[in-house]
Write a protein that binds this ligand. Structure first.
Ligand code: ZN
Length: 617
């Protein structure tokens, strides 16, 4: 089932993100008063009660009506409007709660409001769930009549999509039980995981002195030029993860079993089925994508051979994967980054710049570094009656500028799609990463123009490195997850060492002989939040990236003609399946050749790199 509230609101950048102590983003905080004045604003309680009351009224008015064929299409539409409004109201509270919590996870009041919003949203969901279930249980003939009626046009794609879950439904009572029990099962493990990772202190010896740092901060050291620092970061992170390995292994085992148990009760043919349904893509498309990546993995080996030579090393290790190539700019302030991103967006479309500026001018961004703040970055769509908010942890590194472009891409997409209404504003994950990666491409191209061959070489190399993390690494992660589910099923509760082996095995396929993965690296599955929060999320990054590379190719071909089509695509939000929305701008995602097209762009980058290398010698 789709979870409309809280669960799918956070879109993360799937690579390791840093947090330092201070940066040029100090004081860049978001202002959440567009939701509520403060944590103890009496309107929160009032809205909660209102949502519960309206959910009760809704149930009283509509229960049994679809089943008994007592709704005209226009009454059905009226019911959908009210259903959407109740969800939106709940999501407003939920958004405020989760965003407040994100910037201070150690504050018990914020934790309490977050938990309360989750519980109450389950309660509302339970009251409303009958409506979707009745719709899904309706016979095809009568369902078709509704889906074809003009009155229901606004919701036709959505209610059609709901019908796809029909074969996997449980009874209403069972659905309610699953929903309620997840608070003490999956959701509880997710929170335990977040708090465990949040509490981690990584011991790292720098200049003879042992320092303790949070995990994100330690991971950010992998981007340092000093190899010794990277090696120490690797050792520190490994030690910290090993210290928690019993608890983390337990969490992973339960998350996997929880997923598989529910899948079994629902008769899903495959553990990925619920994710693919939510993503509104079929398994064949995903398989084609994964296979295309595996067939092109040689590109990664070739790249790391070049990197090894450029750095003058005999051998590359896992902690040599992310450090930038020499010659790239090493610092950028928040203001400079803002300027570059806005200019890059403006060149594509002034409208894009205009929307992006709103985020800065109205304090819709929280970018400063703060103890207790959640790591990484996201853009939360929240609700159409408010607007999206963006969280960054800006550390003055060039890739923070990329992350800024990434999240603003999301933000613009979410902002434009608000007109589709709460239930249809969000795209499935597969196309959720489309606008973000496109935003990165715009920034990258703009930056490239301004540089000499040596800097260009470094920039392209670094971009490829990060593209590999978005494409190949995510496919590795998906394959790891698949193997995890298989092993859990075959062997029962897995021991830490068994998971380490699966992790190394999946990763070795990406790097081949080009990078040696140390035994320490075997433990690095255990902090990846996607596995815990959003099973099988990761392939959506690869999907999004390759999709964008192909779209960007179209933009280069068509020039300004492409711009209004792209903006229209964004503003359609999740109102149709990705396949149909993309077909309108001439892209066929069911064609295996399509994925190869995206990968060819990466091959071209690699060629450019080799040519620049000859030029600079
Ligand atoms: Zn993203």
């Amino acid at each position: 089932m789709r979870n409309f509230i809280l669960d799918e609101m956070l879109h993360d950048l799937g690579v390791d993100m840093p947090t330092n102590k201070t940066s040029s983003a100090d004081g860049i905080e978001w202002n959440l008063t567009d939701f509520y004045e403060s944590l103890d604003d009496p309107n929160i309680e009032r809205d909660l009660n209102k949502a519960l009351k309206r959910a009760d009224d809704f149930a009283e008015k509509y229960r049994g009506k679809i089943e008994e064929l007592k709704l005209t299409p226009s009454e059905f539409k009226e019911a959908m409007d009210e259903y959407e409004n109740i969800y939106e109201l709940m999501a407003k509270i939920g958004s405020f709660a989760v965003l407040s919590y994100s910037v201070d996870t150690q504050d018990p009041d914020r934790g309490a409001l977050y938990a309360k919003a989750q519980e109450k949203s389950s309660e509302v969901k339970n009251k409303l769930i009958f409506f979707q279930l009745e719709w899904q249980s309706l016979d095809d003939e009568n369902a078709d009549k509704y889906m074809e009626s003009d009155e229901l046009d606004k919701y036709s794609s959505l209610i059609r999509h709901w019908r796809r879950y029909t074969p996997y439904m449980l009874s209403e009572r069972e659905e309610q039980l699953v929903e309620s029990l997840q608070n003490t099962a999956k959701k509880a493990f997710v929170r335990l995981f977040d708090e465990t990772i949040g509490d981690i202190e990584v011991p790292i010896e720098i200049e003879g002195e042992e320092k303790k740092m949070v995990l994100d901060q330690a991971l950010s050291l992998l981007f340092e030029n000093d190899r010794d620092v990277r090696k120490k970061a690797k050792e520190g992170v490994t030690k910290a993860l090993k210290d928690k390995n019993k608890l983390l292994t337990f969490i992973f085992n339960n998350i996997v079993l929880n997923h598989d148990t529910i899948s079994e009760f629902r008769d899903y043919p495959h553990p990925m089925t619920p994710r693919n349904l939510d993503n509104r893509v079929d398994k064949d498309t995903v398989d084609a994508l994964m296979e295309a990546c595996i067939n092109n993995v040689e590109m990664v080996h070739k790249f790391y051979e070049i990197k090894k030579d450029l750095l003058g090393y005999d051998k590359l290790y896992d902690y040599d994967r992310y450090n930038p190539l020499p010659g790239a700019p090493s610092e950028i302030t928040f203001e400079e980054s803002k300027k570059k991103v806005l200019n890059a967006f403006e060149r594509f479309s002034p409208q894009m710049r205009e929307v992006a500026e709103k985020f800065f001018d109205n304090s819709w961004i929280d970018a400063q570094l703060k103890p207790g703040k959640r790591g990484g970055a996201f853009s939360a769509s929240t609700v159409p009656s408010v607007h999206p908010y963006i969280l960054l942890n800006f550390t003055d590194k060039p890739r923070d500028a990329m992350t800024m472009a990434h999240e603003l891409g999301h933000g613009i997409h979410q902002y434009l799609a608000r007109k589709q209404g709460y239930l249809q504003q969000s795209t499935p994950l597969t196309t959720a990463e489309m606008a973000s990666v496109f935003g990165e491409m715009l920034l990258f191209d703009k930056m490239l123009e301004e540089e000499d061959p040596e800097t260009k070489l470094a920039l392209i190399g670094n971009k490829l490195q990060s593209d590999f993390a978005t494409v190949f690494r995510q496919v590795v992660m998906t394959r790891f997850e698949l193997s995890l589910h298989e092993a859990r099923k075959e062997k029962g509760e897995l021991k830490p060492q068994q998971i380490c082996e699966l992790w190394l095995e999946a990763n070795e396929k990406e790097f081949g002989e080009s990078v040696e993965l140390t035994d320490d690296y075997g433990w690095w599955w255990s902090y990846v939040l996607h596995f815990v929060h959003y099973p099988f999320y990761c392939y959506a990054y690869a999907f999004g990236e390759l999709l964008v590379l192909a779209l960007y190719g179209l933009y280069k071909e068509q020039g300004q003609e492409f711009v209004p089509k792209y903006i229209e695509l964004l503003s359609r939000g999740g109102s149709e399946d990705p396949k149909d929305l993309l077909a309108e701008i001439g892209v066929d995602i069911t064609d295996p050749e399509f994925w190869q097209k995206g990968l060819s762009v990466l091959w071209e980058h690699l060629d450019t790199m080799e040519n620049l290398l000859k030029e600079t010698e």
